[in-house]
Design a protein around this ligand. Structure first.
Ligand code: NDP
Length: 493
C-alpha cells in the first residue's frame, strides 16, 4: 500500500466527478444549483456538486423507466447481466485506491480501511451477486392434472435507493448489486456528505457495459431529492439505509404517493454480552473493534457492553487500555487508528451525547473533542460505566466512538437488558458454554447474533434488523427478494 505522502499526492491529483449521472452522461442539475462537499478531516472544500432536486429525480426516473420498459437490461439473460457486473467488479478492483480516496476525503474514514475493506468489499459484493443471479431457479407448482403453474421471479422495474454516508460505496453497492443483477433500473441518491464514490461507480458501470439509463445517480439533499424519490409515482420500490427517523418518513412518502414497496435498514443500539467464562482478551479486542471501527459510525456498532459483574473490573480495564491506544489522526496516514467524524454537525451531536454521559455515568476514558489539521471533527474513543437503563447513552444511537459498559448478575438480567431497546439490528455473546450460546441466540432480539465475535457479516448471510432497525435484508440470496416479484403463470393443456 501507499505511504502517507503518496496518498496525499494521489488525493491532490484526483479527477472528481461532480455532476448528476443520468442516461449514461454527467449532466448539471436542471436548476443549476450546486452544493459543497467538505473533507471533514481538514474542513477544506473538496469540490462542489450538482444539487439534484425534484425535477432531476423526475428526469432520472423517466430515463430509468424507459430503460426498463425497452428491456435493454431487463431483457438480457441472467448470464449476460452477470458478465457485465463481473466486469464492473473487476473495474472496481482496478480502481481501489481512487474509490477508497473518494470515501476517505468525503467522510473522514481511515484510508487503511477504505482501501482494504470498503472498496475491495464493493468489488466482492458485485461479484457475489453477479455470480448468484444465474443460479436462481423458478418453480413449478405441484398442481397435477393437465396444468402447468409456473412461479416466476421477475424484476420490479424502477428502484429508488437512498443511502447514508458511513460506508458510501458499500451501502450503495449493497443496494445496486442485487437490484441490477435482477434486471431492474435504479435511481440512486447518495448522502449529501459523500456523493463522490457513487458518481465514479456509475461511470465504471457504464465502462463495464451497463446500458445507459439503467443506473442513474442524483446527488442532493434528503429533504428535496430524497423526498422526491420517496414520493415519485413511478418508482416501484424504495430501498433505504439510514436513520430510523428518516426511514419512517419513507413509509409516509409511500403511503401518500403510489404505495411503492419500502425496505428499511435503519439504526441500532447493539448489545455485546460478556459472560464470566469468556475469553476476555479476545472479547476486549473484538469489542474495541466493534465500537471504534469507522469512528463508531456503524449501524451495528456494539455500543452497549453488558458484562457479568464478576469480570466487570477486568473487562473495563482491558477496554480502557484498548481505547487509550486508539488516537485520532489524519485519515490519509496509513498509521492512523481513528479518523474524523463525518462533519462538524455530527460531531456536535456526538459530543452532546458525551456531555449527557458525563452526567449519567462515570467517564472511564476519552470524552474530549480533538482538533487536528484545522478540523475539530475528531472525538476520542470514549467509555462510560454505570449508566442506568434509562440513560440517553444507553437508549439512543450515538453513531460515534462512545461505549457504555453496564453489568448484569445472571442470564435473565442480561437478556432483559439487551432486549430493552427499540432497536434490533445485531447482538453479540461471549461465552464458552455452547448451550448458553444457542439459547441466547434464540432469545436476543436481533437480525444477527454473533457468538464469540462481533458484527459477523458476509455476502453469504442476510443483514438487516427487526423492530425499529428496519425490515428486509441486504446481502445473501435473500437480498433478491426485495428487488423482484413473484409472478404466477398458469397454463392448461
Ligand atoms: P439519514 O437518515 O440522515 O440519511 C440517510 C439518507 O437519507 C441520506 O441520503 C439523506 O440525505 C436522506 N434523507 C435525509 N433526510 C431525508 C428526508 N427528509 N427525506 C428523504 N431522504 C432524506 O442517516 P445518516 O446519513 O445520518 O446515516 C446514519 C444512520 O444510518 C444511522 O442511524 C445508522 O444506524 C443508519 N445506518 C443503518 C444501516 C443498516 O444497515 N441498518 C447501515 C448504515 C447506517 P442527505 O444526507 O443527503 O440529506
Amino acid at each position: 500500500m501507499f505511504t502517507h505522502a503518496e496518498w496525499k499526492a494521489r488525493a491532490a491529483a484526483l479527477k472528481l466527478r461532480n455532476q448528476c449521472w443520468i442516461d449514461g452522461a454527467f449532466v448539471p442539475s436542471l436548476s443549476g444549483a450546486r452544493f459543497e462537499t467538505v473533507n471533514p478531516a481538514t474542513g477544506a472544500v473538496i469540490t462542489d456538486v450538482a444539487r439534484g432536486g425534484a425535477e432531476d429525480i423526475d428526469r432520472a426516473v423517466k430515463v430509468a423507466r424507459r430503460a426498463f420498459e425497452d428491456r435493454r437490461w431487463s431483457g438480457k439473460t441472467p448470464g449476460e447481466r452477470k458478465e457485465v457486473l463481473l466486469k464492473l467488479a473487476a473495474l472496481i478492483r482496478e480502481n481501489v485506491p481512487e474509490l477508497a480516496l473518494l470515501d476517505t476525503l468525503d467522510m473522514g474514514k481511515l484510508i487503511k480501511d477504505s482501501s482494504t475493506v470498503d472498496a475491495p468489499g464493493s468489488a466482492y459484493f458485485f461479484q457475489w451477486h453477479a455470480e448468484a443471479i444465474d443460479k436462481i431457479y423458478d418453480e413449478i407448482a405441484p398442481t397435477g392434472g393437465r396444468d402447468l403453474a409456473m412461479v416466476r421471479r421477475i424484476p420490479l422495474g424502477v428502484i429508488g435507493a437512498v443511502v447514508p454516508w458511513n460506508f458510501p460505496l458499500d451501502m450503495a453497492t449493497w443496494k445496486l448489486a442485487p437490484a441490477l443483477a435482477m434486471g431492474n433500473s435504479v435511481v440512486l441518491k447518495p448522502a449529501e456528505q459523500s456523493p463522490l464514490s457513487a458518481l465514479r461507480l456509475a461511470e465504471l458501470a457504464a465502462e463495464a457495459g451497463l446500458p445507459d439509463g439503467v443506473l442513474n445517480v442524483v446527488p442532493g439533499y434528503g429533504q428535496d431529492a430524497g423526498q422526491a424519490l420517496g414520493r415519485h409515482p413511478d418508482v416501484d420500490c424504495l430501498v433505504f439505509t439510514g436513520s430510523t427517523g428518516v426511514g419512517k418518513l419513507f413509509q409516509r412518502y409511500a403511503g401518500e404517493s403510489n404505495m411503492k414497496q419500502v425496505w428499511l435498514e435503519t439504526g441500532g443500539k447493539s448489545p455485546n454480552l460478556i459472560f464470566a467464562a469468556a475469553d476476555l482478551d479476545k472479547a476486549a479486542e473484538m469489542a474495541a473493534f466493534g465500537i471504534f471501527f469507522n469512528q463508531g459510525e456503524v449501524c451495528s456498532a456494539n455500543s452497549r457492553m453488558l458484562v457479568h459483574a464478576d469480570v466487570a473490573d477486568e473487562m473495563v480495564a482491558r477496554m480502557e487500555a484498548r481505547a487509550r491506544a486508539i488516537v485520532p489522526g489524519d485519515p490519509l496516514d496509513p498509521a492512523s487508528t481513528l479518523g474524523s467524524l463525518v462533519d462538524r454537525a455530527h460531531t456536535d451531536t456526538v459530543m452532546g451525547f458525551v456531555e449527557a454521559g458525563k452526567r449519567e455515568a462515570r467517564l472511564v476514558c476519552g470524552g474530549e473533542r480533538v482538533s487536528l489539521n484545522g478540523s475539530d471533527a475528531f472525538v476520542q474513543p470514549t467509555i462510560f460505566v454505570g449508566a442506568s437503563q434509562e440513560a440517553r447513552i444507553v437508549r439512543e444511537e450515538i453513531f460515534g466512538p462512545v461505549l457504555s459498559i453496564q453489568t448484569f448478575r445472571d442470564e435473565e438480567e442480561a437478556v432483559a437488558m439487551a432486549n430493552a431497546s427499540v432497536y434490533g439490528l445485531a447482538a453479540s455473546v461471549w461465552t464458552r458454554d455452547l448451550s448458553r450460546a444457542l439459547s441466547l441466540s434464540d432469545r436476543l432480539n436481533a437480525g444477527t447474533v454473533s457468538v464469540n465475535t462481533v458484527d459477523a457479516l458476509s455476502a453469504m448471510t442476510p443483514f438487516g434488523g427487526i423492530k425499529q432497525s428496519g425490515f428486509g435484508r441486504d446481502l445473501s440470496i435473500h437480498s433478491f427478494d426485495k428487488y423482484s416479484a413473484l409472478k404466477t403463470v398458469w397454463i392448461k393443456y
